[in-house]
Design a protein around this ligand. Sequence first.
Ligand SMILES: Cc1cc2nc3c(=O)[nH]c(=O)nc-3n(C[C@H](O)[C@H](O)[C@H](O)COP(=O)(O)OP(=O)(O)OC[C@H]3O[C@@H](n4cnc5c(N)ncnc54)[C@H](O)[C@@H]3O)c2cc1C
Length: 188
Amino acid sequence: MLLLERGALGGGSTAKAAGGIRSSFTSRVNVELGLRGPAAYRTFSRDFGTEIDFRRDGYLYLVTDPADVPAFEPCAELQREYGVRSHLLDPGEAKKVLPLVETDGVRTAWAGLYEMTPDRNQIIGESVLLSRFFYATGFSGHGFQLGPATGELIRDLYLRRRPAVDIAELDVRRFETVDTAPAEHNIV
Ligand SMILES: Cc1cc2nc3c(=O)[nH]c(=O)nc-3n(C[C@H](O)[C@H](O)[C@H](O)COP(=O)(O)OP(=O)(O)OC[C@H]3O[C@@H](n4cnc5c(N)ncnc54)[C@H](O)[C@@H]3O)c2cc1C
């Protein structure tokens, strides 16, 4: 295996990630890949001997545009199919979950570059032009949590095993046509 790195290992977006881990995505493939993250991070300190302060707090999306609400309803249903405890709340219920929800007290912010693809989905696969050249990039802001699943996928592709999750729709050739799969809606 040949690793080319122009800077320091982990010095790219990964060093800037908030470390949020979730399965609240729009597509089946992302929900399935997302679920593999917590499984790895939960036992990370034991497996790798490094404490990562893993906590299960949950995600709360605040939808401010009523036009966005219909897009969230089928997503929550899809996520529940996979056992994710995803629910739509009205503003009053959201306030009960997180009483300090106003942003008046925001004191700081951080920034970094998101590597975006046109459909806000990652690009994972093996090149058809260059044998044994694998790519896993373009995570569009959700690549930290998909790291463990991506490692498994690349391992399986390398070993010519069928990956546990069908990732055909993540192949780079999807951009060769105009009609690509629906874009991931739930990005942060
Ligand atoms: C502010 C911020 C918050 C985020 N929060 C979250 C979050 O809560 N949860 C989540 O899942 N994701 C989050 N992300 C997204 C996540 O960090 C990225 O999707 C993920 O880290 C991408 O990993 P990567 O290995 O593809 O890229 P990187 O970590 O950027 O690694 C790419 C590497 O390639 C090297 N490189 C680039 N070009 C070349 C070249 N030509 N030759 C050699 N080496 C090269 C770079 O030096 C770099 O080390 C966040 C991102 C940002 C910026």
